[in-house]
Design a protein around this ligand. Structure first.
Ligand code: SF4
Length: 364
């Protein structure tokens, strides 16, 4: 925001609120979905929904990379660490996601060598200093995939990746094809957009015509995005707007796209809540199979059978991720499911909507 004073920002937000309310007078309901945990954090922390009229709904979508990883992936990881002599590395958020009440932290307490890292390159360093195989839990969208690709291209023999990476753009298209959340406009994910660029959203614009805007993360950015989207929706424009020009270019980060495409193929993979999303799975290409934990440890996975977690049966994280309900619509929210004792990943991850609502009291 440069040198603009806080008072000016507050005034600007109030003005936008008034303008949005005016635009929405005598309008049918408009439903805008954002696709990024950081946007939900801004929206809930600053109570942005309270500045919008009743007939304008701001939904959160599948923008939390930890939340969308299905239980099958989690169970495969648990199976691997129990049946192979490895060092397993993961980001802290992922280590808390439970299956049948057990998480990677639980398995660490039982003596398995599980290490929390802040970057995939920390995992590569661990591999360089060890004779044991090191398996890194690769998670995240296009934002983190280029780093994982670079780590693989480093060529450290005992470094492997269990890839739960997923490409984000196919999920937007999948949501629209499902049609159930009745999405009138998207606030596109800011971090993903820095990598994929504005151009990556053009096919969605052409095929579905749903207005989209790439926005920054300040409250003013979000309000401005909502205002511009409302105008585009009312005018029936196939808009693809970029309000986050300080970080997002039309072409995106071309080098990052190249390394990502060099290492990862696009398979039809399951997402929590969304089912199988065509061409969304970041599968490691055959060329790099020596670094692919699924290939290197294929014998370990031969007797793997996925199960259902009875404790999660009542968890509605999948519907939260599809924008069909809010966390407070889940009967377990802040009762059986809390940040201290989470049932679903939407309550575990700092980018999960349930966790964010719990943190800022979005449920009041
Ligand atoms: Fe699942 Fe807990 Fe969120 Fe309910 S509050 S949807 S149980 S993560």
């Amino acid at each position: 925001m440069g040198m603009i004073s806080l008072e000016k920002v507050k005034t600007g937000i109030k003005e936008l609120s008034a303008k949005i309310k005016k635009e929405m007078e005598s309008e049918e309901e408009i439903r805008i979905m954002h696709l990024c945990g950081t946007h939900e954090d801004t929206i809930t922390r600053y109570n942005i929904r309270s500045l919008l009229p009743e007939n304008l709904k701001l939904l959160s979508g599948p923008g939390c990379p930890v939340c969308i990883i299905p239980d099958t992936d989690l169970q495969m990881v648990f199976h691997l660490i129990q049946n192979a002599n490895i060092i397993f590395t993961t980001f802290g958020d992922m280590a808390r996601v439970p299956f049948e009440g057990k998480s990677l932290f639980y398995y660490r307490s039982k003596g398995h060598d599980i290490r929390i890292v802040y970057s995939v390159f920390d995992a590569v360093e661990i591999a360089k200093q060890s004779d044991k195989p090191v398996v890194h839990f690769g998670i995240g969208f296009e934002t983190t995939m280029p780093s994982t690709a670079l780590a693989i291209l480093d060529g450290v023999e005992n470094f492997h990746v269990f890839s739960s990476h997923r490409f984000f753009i196919p999920a937007m298209e999948h949501l629209l094809s499902l049609g159930e959340a009745r999405i009138n406009g998207f606030i596109n994910p800011g971090h993903v957009s820095t990598i994929v660029g504005v151009k990556a959203y053009e096919p969605i614009k052409e095929k579905y015509g749903v207005p989209q805007i790439i926005a920054g993360f300040e409250p003013y950015d979000v309000m401005l995005a909502v205002y511009n989207l409302v105008k585009a929706i009312k005018n029936g424009e196939k808009a693809l707007l970029n309000e986050y020009t300080r970080a997002v270019k039309y072409e995106g980060n071309v080098k990052a796209q190249q390394v990502m495409d060099e290492v990862f193929d696009r398979h039809d993979w399951e997402w929590r809540g969304l089912g199988v999303v065509p061409a969304s799975g970041g599968a490691i290409r055959k060329k790099y199979e020596d670094y692919d934990a699924m290939k290197v440890f294929e014998d370990v996975f031969k007797d793997f059978e996925p199960k259902e977690d009875a404790r999660k049966r009542a968890c509605r994280c999948g519907e939260v991720l599809r924008g069909l309900i809010t966390p407070s619509d889940c009967p377990l929210f802040m009762k059986a499911c809390t940040p201290k004792d989470p049932i679903g990943p939407c309550m575990v991850s700092f980018e999960g909507t349930c966790n964010i609502w719990a943190k800022y009291g979005g449920y009041k």
